[in-house]
Design a protein around this ligand. Structure first.
Ligand code: GLU
Length: 484
């Protein structure tokens, strides 16, 4: 195995996640961050975070906070200081001026009207707009007049990017015009900022959505120009990963429902490790392995195994992955995760006693849950004060039970000691035999009386968890409301 083997570690690797803080942390962004994180950790290299806040009109503080919050919830901690792109504008401009001084960039005085004409012409000829290079070889512009600085990009030949996910992709230089580096107000363009920041941060691998593939060719031209000017501007390895699509095959958008990582956490009750596992498997795979721990993911992650075609987001699949992780989560952590949700539903704070009850109910409850909200609502009946509310199905079960059955069951159960599931079940079976009923016929009204619903975790486990007094009192409530 030589150094090029995908599993060879390379501690020089530096990746970055570079979100624009214009909204929440989108699940597509979270997956990009995850891949960058895993790739860096796999190699023992660095994973950096850069906030691309140069769009002043659209970048907001709450969006930055949401991105940081989402990353920290997912446990994707970046190395080193966070880089804020806007704060580096002077450095970006410096590079543009270096290119200008070396003849790799030029001042362009084309007016808005001239650019409109070029745009019109392109439209008439049904081709993309390209700046025609009219100032490329002129130096007679009046420096005090408004102008932009453009890169003097190669006009002939072609560029090939050996993309680690897309494979080799080639574009003719004639397709790329001379892009603007500095606007007429002196502010750097996004393209310039990205290239300078990646260079200064020592980024070796650019892993991002494939909507940026076209940008990569222009960015590469800029890197090559700076390498010609001052040397030591290495080209990064590119890996453009396919975007996530919705179940209908269209690019994932707001139309497909909540997309912010916070909504998966808060509104859908998803565990971070479940979302991570789901996003990891969306576009990357390791054989048929379905549940992959963080350690395994770090060990196994390679760019070569990222798929080339867009993957479809499947809510049902996410729920089933989440159910798996809920069942694997220890009860104390589940109590602390569902606690606040239950307090909202009950509209009161939980007592220590409630928490203890919840803890004891978790082994049964988590068997059936696929998200934390469902888990929280399924736990409510344990904590309600008597008389507990009955849903319609429970009322029906109680109304249709054989006359006096509940009272007879209560009497038999009251004699059971110790108050444990096995003994309680035995007593209920004995009564069923004596009454020539099936166990289920006795269990149904008992469950309705105890839980207020027709479905619940195992009846006798519920009795044991609720305790003798509370169980008998709930039976009494049901008996007296039936006779009233
Ligand atoms: N800021 C860009 C975005 O949020 C990413 C740029 C990059 O990764 O090069 O889409």
């Amino acid at each position: 195995m030589g150094a090029s083997s995908p599993s060879a570690r390379n501690p020089q690797v530096v990746t970055r996640f570079a979100p624009s803080p214009t909204g929440f942390l989108h699940i597509g962004g979270a997956r990009t961050a995850l891949f960058n994180y895993l790739f860096a950790r796999h190699h023992g290299g660095k994973f950096l975070l850069r906030i691309e806040d140069t769009d002043r009109a659209r970048s907001t503080e709450p969006a930055i906070a949401a991105i940081l919050d989402g990353l920290s919830w997912l446990g994707l901690d970046a190395d080193g200081e966070i880089v804020y792109q806007f704060a580096r504008a002077a450095r970006h401009a410096e590079v543009a001026h270096q290119l200008l001084a070396a003849g790799h960039a030029y001042r362009c005085y084309a007016t808005a009207e001239e650019l409109d004409e070029m745009r019109e012409k392109a439209r008439a000829e049904k081709r993309p707009m390209r700046y025609d290079g009219r100032w490329r070889d002129r130096t007679d512009g009046p420096a005090d007049q408004p102008h932009v600085i453009r890169l003097k990009a190669p006009q002939t030949g072609e560029v090939t990017i050996d993309d680690k996910v897309q494979g080799p992709v080639t574009v003719a230089n004639a397709e790329l015009d001379d892009m603007v580096l500095l606007r007429s107000d002196g502010t750097p363009t996004y393209m310039l900022a990205v290239v300078v920041d990646d260079h200064d941060m020592g980024v070796t691998h650019v892993i991002r959505g494939d909507d940026h593939l076209n940008n990569a060719f222009r960015q590469l031209a800029l890197i090559r120009a700076m390498d010609a000017v001052e040397g030591n501007w290495p080209e990064p390895v590119y890996a453009h990963i396919p975007l996530i699509h919705g179940a209908d095959g269209a690019k994932l958008s707001k139309r497909h429902g909540a997309l912010g990582v916070d909504a998966y956490r808060d509104e859908m009750g998803v565990l971070p490790e479940a979302l991570e596992n789901y996003l990891l498997r969306l576009g990357w795979g390791h054989g048929d392995d379905e549940f992959i721990s963080r350690e395994q993911a770090i060990d196994w992650f390679t760019l070569e195994a990222v798929g080339r075609s867009p993957s479809r987001f499947d809510q049902k699949k996410l729920e089933s992955v989440n159910g798996h992780y809920l069942r694997a989560t220890d009860d104390a952590r589940l109590v602390s995760l569902v606690g606040p949700r239950i307090e909202v539903l009950l509209e009161r704070p939980l007592t220590d006693q409630d928490r203890d009850l919840l803890h004891r109910s978790m082994p049964e409850l988590k068997k059936r849950a696929s998200d934390l909200n469902g888990l929280a609502s399924s736990a409510l009946f344990y904590l309600r004060s008597r008389p507990i509310p009955m849903d319609d199905a429970a009322k029906k079960l109680l109304a249709s039970a054989p006359s006096g059955l509940l009272a007879r069951a209560r009497a038999v159960l009251a004699d059971v000691s110790p108050w444990q599931a096995a003994g309680l079940e035995q007593a209920a079976r004995g009564l069923a035999d004596a009454e020539a009923l099936k166990l289920g016929q006795i269990a149904q009204p008992l469950r309705a009386a105890l839980t207020g619903a027709a479905q619940s975790p195992g009846l006798f486990e519920v009795m044991e968890t609720l305790g003798r007094q509370e169980s008998l009192d709930r039976f009494d409530d049901a008996i007296s409301s039936a006779t009233n």
